[in-house]
Design a protein around this ligand. Sequence first.
Ligand code: SER
Length: 341
Amino acid sequence: MRKKVVLVTGSSGEVGHALLEQLVLLRPEGVLSLDLKPLGSQLAGDFIHLQGDILDRELLDRLVSEYEIEEIYHLAALLSTRAEFTPDAAHRVNVTGTLNLLELAAQQSEWSGKPVRFIFPSSIAAFGLPDLDTKARYEKVREWEWNYPRTMYGCNKLYCEMLGIYFSQYYRQLAAEQPPMLDFRCVRFPGLISAFTVPSGGTSDYGPEMLHAAAQDKPYACFVREDVRIPFMAMPDAVKALLDLAHAPLESLSRKVYNVTSFSLSAADFRDWVLKYFPGAQIDFLPDEKRQAIVDSWPADLDDSAARRDWGWKPDYEVERAFSEYLVPNIRQRYQEKATV
Ligand code: SER
């Protein structure tokens, strides 16, 4: 008998790390984690970690011979800034990697006779507004609007959303008997902010970077203009969105891809929140024209009413609570502990 597990890819990344903490509580002994890197030492719990590559087909074949994979959280990806420097590698990881996992899920669904749930985080990078006037006019963008990404990462995410829909509705549509297909569910995240990890390789990173720098008493030069606005979310809400969507009854879902968001801030608003808790913070604005253009193309806010209506999505942390109860106390503790080590 193969052991039944939930598979998490990209488990040592920011979202993976936070999700794993919750999943080991929900599914003790049934979590399989896969990442190129070892896991951070702080992660405790009963789970199996495999260090390996989602592009390694032999490894994936070995996985299905040893485990019955019932659910997949496929988080592994190269983010938007990094992907611009290595577009070919980004395409391989973000697209071929996702295709490998979708095929694995399809195969598992066929064997077990029931749909494997495939949870996929997409991003505001799947949108692309052509100019600042349009961005100002379409403040809260809905899922199907402005799907014209201008980054490799955004193109990869948008295409993989479509692949997910294809695999869950049309895969092997010409076969005499169509096997049970996987159950693909996707959230489009805004910029995520964690108190425990600092992001790397993204273009929304200026928010969390500003905050983590202030907590360490380091000066920070923000790489976008003060006025640019995008939506954000605290990491516990990102994990909640993934888990809530995963556990929503299928019949309540009217879409496969849902916007989710929490609060929208300009870079100046973000600085002001940071200054409220770290009044001595040294924050300058030194826009990088190219990264700025990417953030300019992302929506100022998202319309997440479909998620609210269909599966009761509601963030726990609006901006005030995100800073006062989650970000600031945990970040303070994190750097105090580091300072005393
Ligand atoms: N945080 C992502 C990035 O900056 C966007 O979703 O690439």
